[in-house]
Write a protein that binds this ligand. Structure first.
Ligand SMILES: [Fe+2]
Ligand SMILES: [Zn+2]
Length: 372
């Protein structure tokens, strides 16, 4: 990092413009400067928290300012004194500040077996580098594979905790279930499942989904299907821009109903950052769509047309990565981005897994200095 110096400070209306030695300058409004006073009566340095309510910040003006190479000093009309270091101030160049906060997913389609991180569980659990590899793969591709895990719920839980902690939902924390398709028990199905995101009916969908196939005996099939939701949305934007636009605006209602539960949530299928236009979340699940009323026929027709056009990318086998999960390999995927499904199967399967909240896995990635 280039160490900057403060070369010059000038007053512009009620702001101070700070000119740095590298040629950049940043303008700070006086209200911002007073709010960001780092003295001990304005800021608790130990907890990184402001000390005052926003209503208690006095509406004051700058009566005097000066600087040296490393700090700006301000005296206020109520005689309060503030100082700001060059390190602190230089973080707030707007373009750089915003750019630092953007995630930079690497779009993919097809088989990415050679790109995603595959790592032994010991390296993931016991080394910072191993941990970084897993979270970087989740940030880049939305997928990581952790190998050599004991084929038990308990061993899987240890991995889930290290990914940020188990997210509890109406389905519990850690879950495990058996599908005995060969027993013709209709409670469990062996049918194929088209690629989808989970929890489209939650106000906060699961951040990560963790899946571990503990056993698959006396049968075949049951391959995992993954597809990059961001890639499909990006293709839609190129080829059917009006459909992309519709899916970023239209609030699609999803629902989950069982005895004692009725979850429902309405939101766009494609969530986009209003300023950067970066893709933020894909909320695509054809099964959990709630029956809806439409304002007019055109909106209704747009709903079907745009969802079908998006679905074509997700259903296209050349966009999908299909592989067989084996006991010992824990699959981790970003449920805000990657869609998952499976092919039909025969025999008996035992699966376990859990969710991790998005806040919690991004917290880990931030603590590892992978993101801002
Ligand atoms: Fe699912
Ligand atoms: Zn202060």
């Amino acid at each position: 990092m280039v160490s900057k110096t403060i070369e010059r400070v000038s007053a512009v209306d009620r702001a101070l413009e700070v000119h740095f030695g590298d040629g950049n300058s940043i303008k700070f409004e006086d209200c911002w400067l007073r709010d960001h006073c780092r003295c001990s009566s304005c800021y608790h340095a130990e907890t990184f928290q402001r000390a005052n309510h926003i209503l208690d910040i006095p509406d004051v003006t700058i009566t005097e300012y000066r600087h040296d190479k490393s700090q700006v000093f301000v005296t206020w009309s109520d005689n309060h004194q503030s100082s700001y270091t060059q390190d602190f101030l230089s973080q707030f160049d707007y373009k750089q500040w915003r750019e630092n906060r953007r995630l930079k997913p690497l779009l993919w389609h097809g088989d990415i077996n050679n790109k995603v991180t595959k790592i032994q569980v010991d390296e993931f659990l016991n080394s910072v580098n191993g941990s970084k590899k897993v979270f970087q793969s989740l940030l880049d591709f939305g997928v990581a594979l952790i190998e050599g895990v004991g084929a038990t719920l308990g061993d899987t839980e240890v991995v889930c905790k290290a990914l940020g902690g188990v997210q509890h939902t109406i389905f519990g924390g850690m879950w495990q279930f058996t599908t005995r398709a060969d027993h013709a028990d209709t409670a469990y199905t062996n049918l194929p499942l088209a690629a989808h995101n989970d929890n489209t009916y939650f106000t906060e969908a699961a951040g990560l989904q963790i899946l571990h196939c503990l056993e698959h005996s006396n049968g075949t099939g049951g391959e995992t299907i993954l597809v990059d939701g961001f890639y499909g949305a990006t293709q839609l934007k190129k080829e059917y821009p009006e459909d992309f636009e519709f899916l970023t605006k239209f609030n699609l209602e999803a629902e989950y109903i069982e005895e004692g539960h009725h979850q429902t949530y309405s939101a766009p299928v494609i969530k986009v950052d209003s300023e950067t236009e970066d893709l933020v979340q894909i909320r695509f699940n054809v099964y959990d769509r709630a029956p809806m009323a439409f304002a007019d026929g055109e909106t209704c027709r747009s709903y079907y047309r745009s969802l079908r056009n998006l679905a074509k990318y997700y259903q296209n086998p050349s966009n999908q990565w299909q592989f067989k999960l084996k006991p010992g390999t824990v699959m981790v995927m970003d449920n805000f981005r990657v869609l998952h499904g499976r092919t039909g199967f025969s025999g008996s399967r035992v699966l376990c897994g859990s969710y991790v909240a998005r806040s919690d896995w991004l917290d880990r990635a931030r603590a590892l200095n992978l993101i801002h």
